[in-house]
Design a protein around this ligand. Sequence first.
Ligand code: COA
Ligand code: AMP
Length: 630
Amino acid sequence: MGYKEVYSAWQADPDKFWMDAAEKIDWDTKPSKALFDGNAPFYEWFSDGLVNTCWNAVDRHVEEGRGDQIAIMHESPITHSTKGITYKELQTRVASLAGALKMRGVEKGDRVIIYMPMIPEALEAMLACSRIGAIHSVVFGGFAAHELAVRIDDCTPKAIIAASCGLEPNRVVHYKPLLDEAIELAEHKPEFCVIFQREQEVAKLIEGRDFSWHGFQYGVKPAECVPVEGNHPAYILYTSGTTGQPKGVVRHTGGHLVALQWTMKNIYNIEAGDRFWAASDVGWVVGHSYICYGPLIAGATTVVFEGKPIGTPHPGVFWRVIQNNRIKSFFTAPTALRAIKREDPNGEWIKRYALHDLQALFLAGERADPDTVEWAQKHLGVPVVDHWWQTETGWAIAANPIGIEELPTKIGSPSVPMPGYDVQVLDEGGHPVEAGTLGAIAIKLPLPPGTLPTLWNAEDRFKKSYLEHFPGYYETGDAGYKDEDGYLYIMARTDDVINVAGHRLSTGGMEEVLAGHPDVAECAVIGVADELKGQAPMGFLCLNAGCNRPHAEIVKECVARVRDQIGPVAAFKLATVVDRLPKTRSGKILRGTMVKIADGQDWKMPATIDDPAILDEITEALKGLGYPRS
Ligand code: COA
Ligand code: AMP
C-alpha cells in the first residue's frame, strides 16, 4: 500500500486502523476498542487495555532473543567515551532501579522528576518509572533552578533523580547545586533524591534526603513490570506557552506505545535490529519519543549523544557517529546542520566517513530552510525528510513517510499529514481556506493516539489554549498553508512562542523575568531572525521614571537575570533601553511590527498605532544593536 491508501484506510475506519496498529504492542489485557470519546472534547485511546511501557521497550525484546543486541549506545565526544548497553543489561539495570524506587515507596501514579544530562542513566530512569507505573517528568539540563522549581511545584514529585553534573563543551553544568536551589525555592519538597555521581564532579549529598545511584540500589529486589491502564499517564513534559508558567503536556501510555511503534516503521523505516539516532536531548519531546521510547519499543539500537554538532571536537562528529554505529536513519534539528554547514560548506568532513548505511536524514524542531536542506541533500546523497510536530503531539503531524513510500520532496514543506491527523488551514472565522492561502493550522478532533489528552492539573488551560478558538479543532499555534497537492507549509507561530536553536521558548516568560528587575517599568521581548539559531530573543526595556543608572549596566543585569531564572538555553543576549514601546490605541504592544523592522522586512504602519513616532525610536534602537543585519 502507498501513502494515499494508508491515509484513506485510516479515514475510512480510524478505529480499525489503530486497533490493527495496536497488534504490534504486547498487552496484558487487550483494549476492547481504540477511541474513547465519552468525555469529548477530552479524548482517550485504548483506555481499557492493560499494558506496560518498559515491557514493550525492553523485556519483550529479551524474550524474543534480542538480549545481546545493543539497546543504547552512549557516544560522548566530551568525555571521549563510547559504551554500549545490551537489551539484557538494560533490563537488569532498569529492574534494579525500579526495585529501589519501589522499596522507597514510589508507586503507580507517583511523579518522579528526572534532571539529567545525555547519559544512558537518564533513559534508565525513565524506563524504571514506566516499569512501576510512576509518571516521570524530565527537565532539560539547560534550565535554571527557578524553572526546575516551577515544575516541582506543578507536578509534586515524590522523588527526583538527577546527576551530579552535565558537561557542556567549555564548562561543567553543576546539576546538584541547581537541584538543591530548586528544592529550596519550591514549596513542594520531594521525599528523596537519587544522584548519579559522575567522575567529572562528585556532588555533596544531603544526608537523609539524597542517595547515591549505586548505594540506593544495593541489595534490592528487581521490580517486575506493572501493567497499567491504556489511559494511565506515562509522563508529563513541560513546554513553553505564552506565559512563564509552562504547560505540562500529559502523555497516556497506550496511545504512546501504539503511535510510536507505528511511526518507527512507517515514517523512519526502522525495524527491530536497525540502528537509529536522534541527536537531541532527553529533556525535549524528540528525546522522549526518538532517543528513548520509539527506537526501544521497535527493538532498534538508539544512540545517546553527549556532544554538539561542532566543536566536540570538529564538524565531522555527527558523520563519525553515523559511520561507527552504522546508523540507518538519522534525526536532527536544522540549526545543527546550519552550524556544521558554516564550518564545512563544501562537505569535506562528510567525505571522510563511510556513510553507506545511512538511508535518510530527518529534520524537525523548526522550519527547515531551503539552503540547509539542499546542502544536506547534495553532500549526504540521501532523502532529507523535513517533518513537522510539537511537544503536544509527540510524533509527526506531517512527514514524508519513507517507510511506506517515498513521496516527491518539496523543499520548504514537511510534506503531507500522517494518518490520524485531519489537518485544515482556517481563516479567523474558523472556515477552511483555499489551497495557497495562509491561515491558522488546526487539526480536526479527535487527535490521534499518542497526542496530549490534556495538560497536567490544568484542564481549563488545555481547553482555552487549544480547543476554544476553533471549536471542533485542536489549534496548533502554527500558521501556514497547503498547496494543491495537499503538501503543508509551516511558516510562523501565531502566539508568543519563539524557536531558538530548535528550542521552544516563551517571549512572555522572558518578559515576566525582565519586568521583575527593579528598574524596569515595562518591557517587550521579540524573536528576531538569526542565521544560525533560526530566531534569537531581543528585549526592549523601558525604565522607571527617575532611574539614572547607566543603561549598559541595567542591560547586563537583565541578560544575567534571564540566564539565572530561565537558564542558558534561553540564549537571551540582546537587549536595549528605549523610552517607550509602540502600542495600539488599546495598549497592545506591536511586537509583530518590531520583528519586521528588526528583520529588515517590508512593513506597514499599523492603522491602530497610538503614536507612529515611537517606531522611529525603535528603528534607531535596533540600529544600535546592529539590526537589521546586512
Ligand atoms: N545543559 C546545560 N546547558 C545547556 C544545555 C544543557 N543540556 N544545552 C545547551 N546549553 C547551554 C549552552 O551551553 C549555551 O550556553 P552558553 O550561553 O554558555 O554558550 C546555551 O545553553 C544555548 O544553547 P544552544 O542554543 O543549544 O547553543 P549551543 O551554543 O549549545 O549550540 C549549536 C549551538 C549551533 C550547536 C546549536 O545550534 C545546536 O545545534 N543546538 C542543539 C539543537 C537541538 O538539538 N535542538 C533540539 C531540538 S529537537
Ligand atoms: P516543540 O514543541 O518544542 O517541538 O516545538 C514545536 C514547534 O516547533 C511547532 O509548533 C513549530 O512552530 C516548530 N516546528 C517544529 N517542526 C517544524 C518543522 N518541520 N517546520 C516548521 N516548524 C516546525
